[in-house]
Design a protein around this ligand. Structure first.
Ligand code: NAP
Length: 425
């Protein structure tokens, strides 16, 4: 027995977990939960019981919910079978298995069907799971989850987000979901009972949110946050510096799965802008996504439907990208001549957030970044002469899922398990 191990099996606490979204991150999360079972039991006396899985079309639960008195976990072989089916491109709704009930219940468009306290109406099936506590994990890429996350918190359940969209929308949603960060004024402080974590929304597995939360909790005055939060864009910057054409780099980044399905989300700086917005809001700044200044790596007219130069879709974008090869190479050469590195940098300071192409000194931490690493520097009252710097892999489903899992365990440990028993199926 090692220090910190919990060997008494009776001490193990079961915590129900509901996973929304079974893309790369959701699937990696489920696999990591299964793989970590012995460590979680031994170290923390904790058993994460996945009681529901949902994709865009259905929810899978262990047995029919009608008349159920307790949450019933999906067994690991079944969890892995669902994950494998999703990896093979099938929908949950297409997976027939008599060990589970798969209930068609899309979240999209269900804003009107969110349960109010005590009634669950036409809401997705996981709302009906009879448990006083659960952790709902949003691994989707949809803002349609927002009202469901709000409902979960109201009910006293906890939430964990990898999905940044719910935190980049209306200020009220941000304040309610995170329970901190916005000086919402008298009477607007959200009333909800569950807790939230959202580490993977900004830094994948790198604990940027936990670090900033600690600075805010200590009332350290954060004057400036700067960094680069896009593994994709850091890869592009490194390859541009190596002398390759932008269009070729983007095609490779897409082929290697580094970009979002639509690479304009990355190259236009939009994804990084949402991350900068989340950090700025955590400082209590009441700003919207439209308030974030964004200059990406392609002309803004390409995004403007009213402009003759508008680029309609991904194929058209890739076709036009070679037009930018020469100008990008010129900017990179100019930066190199000045002993600098050309990259997209986020700056959060003086109540404003901006994402802009910047030439950073080659020998600075931002200049030395390699591969898909992210880096963020917090300048504050107590970190004034040298900033507090975090660096590490900024993308990838395994690193992201590990950030999500750490959040889940953190919340589970705060609760100390369920008040009601969780039946084994
Ligand atoms: N990949 C990374 O490196 C990374 C890093 C940090 C953060 N993130 C964030 O993590 C989230 C997941 O990323 P991913 O790469 O796993 O995305 P993904 O592969 O696109 O998967 C998204 C999943 O969400 C499901 N979904 C979409 N709308 C839904 C809805 N309304 N209700 C329930 N499920 C819904 C999809 O269902 P179907 O399977 O039915 O289509 C799919 O399973 C995203 O928000 C992303 O921005 C990703």
């Amino acid at each position: 027995m090692t220090a910190g191990d919990v060997t008494d099996r009776r001490a193990v606490q079961a915590v129900p977990v509901i996973v929304l979204g079974l893309g790369g991150v959701g699937r990696a999360l489920v696999r990591q939960i299964v793989a970590a079972r012995p460590a979680h039991a031994r170290r923390f006396g904790l058993a994460l019981h996945v009681v529901a899985l949902a994709d865009s079309g259905a929810t899978a639960v262990a047995s029919p919910l009608a008349g159920a008195r307790h949450a019933v976990p999906l067994h690991d072989p079944l969890l892995l079978a669902f994950v494998d089916a999703k990896a093979a491109g099938r929908g949950l709704v297409d997976v027939a298995d008599d060990r589970a009930a798969v209930i068609p219940s899309p979240l999209v468009g269900a804003r009107h069907a969110v349960p109010s306290s005590g009634t669950h109406g036409d809401a997705p099936a996981w709302h009906h799971i009879p448990t006083p506590h659960a952790i709902v994990v949003d691994c989707t890429a949809a803002d349609a989850t927002t009202p469901h996350l709000r409902a979960a918190l109201e009910r006293g359940w906890d939430i964990v987000l990898a999905n940044k969209l719910p935190l980049a929308g209306p200020l009220d949603d941000f304040a309610f979901l995170t329970g901190n960060g916005v000086d919402a004024g008298e009477g607007v402080v959200p009333r909800r009972r569950g807790r939230a974590r959202w580490e993977a929304t900004v830094g994948a597995g790198v604990p940027l949110i936990a670090t900033l939360s600690r600075l805010v909790a200590a009332d350290d005055a954060v004057a400036r946050i700067e960094g680069t939060f896009s593994g994709t864009l850091n890869f592009v910057a490194a390859e541009l510096r190596a002398g390759r054409p932008l269009s070729e780099i983007v095609r490779e980044a897409m082929a290697r799965g580094f970009t979002e399905p639509d690479p304009r989300t990355d190259l236009g700086g939009h994804d990084m802008a949402r991350k900068a917005l989340i950090l700025a809001r955590m400082l209590g700044w009441e700003i919207l996504l439209d308030d974030v200044t964004v200059h990406g790596l392609y002309p803004p007219e390409w995004d403007d439907p009213s402009h003759p130069d508008h680029v309609a879709d991904v194929d058209a974008f890739l076709e036009r990208l070679p037009e930018l090869d020469a100008p990008a190479a010129e900017r990179v050469a100019a930066a190199k001549a000045a002993d600098g590195v050309y990259r997209l940098v986020a700056m959060i300071a003086d109540g404003r957030a901006a994402v802009t192409p910047t030439v950073v000194p080659a020998d600075s931490p931002l200049g030395r970044l390699a591969g898909t690493d992210n880096l963020v520097a917090f300048h504050s009252r107590w970190y004034d002469t040298a900033p507090l710097v975090l660096q590490g892999r900024g993308a990838g489903v395994e690193a992201t899922a590990s950030g999500v899992l750490a959040d889940v365990v953190d919340l589970a440990m705060r609760r100390g398990g369920t008040a009601a028993p969780v039946e084994r199926a």
